[in-house]
Design a binder for this molecule. Sequence first.
Ligand SMILES: Nc1ncnc2c1ncn2[C@@H]1O[C@H](COP(=O)(O)OP(=O)(O)OP(=O)(O)O)[C@@H](O)[C@H]1O
Length: 464
Amino acid sequence: MPEKKSNSNRKTGLEWKAAAWAARHPGFSLGVPALGYAGMTAPEVTAAAAGTGLAAAIAWGRAHPDTFDRIALPHLRNLRRRWLSATYTGPGWRRNMREAGLVREHPSTAELLVPRILRLRSYSSAVETVWVKILKGQTVKHWMDAAEVLAACFNAERVTVEKVAPTKLALVVQRREPFTYTIPAPAIPASVEEVDLSAVHFGFDEFGREWTEDVSDKHILIAGATGSGKNSVLWAPLFTLAPMIAEGSVRLWLCDPKQVELNVAAPIAHRYASGEEASAEVVSEFLENQQATQAKLQESGLRKFTPSPETPLNILIVDELGAVLAYASDRVRMARNRQGMALVGSQGRATGHLMWGAVQEPTKDTVPVRDLFTLRVCLRVTAAIHPEMVLGDGARTRGALADEIANVPETAGIGFKVAERTRTPVRVRAAYATDEDLKALVKYVLDERAEDEEQGGSHLRLVA
Ligand SMILES: Nc1ncnc2c1ncn2[C@@H]1O[C@H](COP(=O)(O)OP(=O)(O)OP(=O)(O)O)[C@@H](O)[C@H]1O
């Protein structure tokens, strides 16, 4: 749509432009003069207040990095990126828009029309999202065509354009790849007492922090295209859990419909099934076990269970959910699997029956029980809609560009999860267990069990 031709060829006065800018940025237009006034009338008090504020922020950051990084750091990053970097402040932004061919001259006044930044959120040091009001006559296609030039202008690795309203776009600006190295397999804790189910090690996040999860009551879904590293996310937590697996307080029920991936763990599994038919049997046996435990808990009047060899935490691990829930050749068996996993997903947490599953195509048709998974990880996927399907609405706009992860071996195990409290996507990388690591894990569990048997069952809890 062409710009409406005005009757006057005079531009809007600068004072009105300034007033409009001030109205759009009340923080600046009220805060800066107030600070200036305070500085002039009471310089000592203002300096002392500023110094105290700064010292408090530093003390907070050092004393409690977790809450500081979660609450304060995103705001500081927003401020820095929006107002202290040449990319988005007035002249820099205008220059970038001009380079990308996204400005236009007003037909009557010859004034340069520049798309306006509405909001910027720097969700992490690696990604920021910039909401932009586009010019009349521009479409999302103009911006998509300019994405590569924008990335170069912003000094970013990638810029992705998302339409949020007819005249509003979100630019997701990915600055850099935080993971340029493979994360080694986690260490096995020295004893059962050292296993903390609420902080099981999976890998690292983009901030360099350990990626841990409370696995005591989580159903875990891992989505990713072939070769994206789904198995590494399934294997990594087993290292932390190894002493409990050896003791029997964590029991693995493995379904390996593809008959290759989980095979190495068969000797330490409580149940192992390869192929479709056997997998279906394991799913139904798992459900029976869950129902029997429910009945036992009811009988004994207990509402909560604590994992022990007598009341173990049971984990059903399905290497390819699609093969069990969607593509199985026998329809009756498939329907039973779906019903079984729906019951595990909805009732299993109370009895310590959890399911972990990997899937290539995270659609509802393939994983009808998708919403029952309480921890979801999205690795490299093949469609822009997949991150939203796995991580929830708006996840991609907030930076979960899992479909943009390059399809190369160096990116395997890299993906996104959603931070529980803020719902912000966090880039993570799973630790990678080599074949030798997996063999060592299996050997550890078997050796511990053998030693325990020799010592009449007392060894595992006493080992230092
Ligand atoms: N976390 C990781 N870190 C580094 N490299 C990894 C990681 N996970 C996997 N890889 C590498 O990527 C390759 C493919 O991984 P993997 O087979 O687990 O992918 P997948 O998603 O399970 O694929 P498929 O669906 O075909 O089974 C591995 O052989 C390994 O070399």
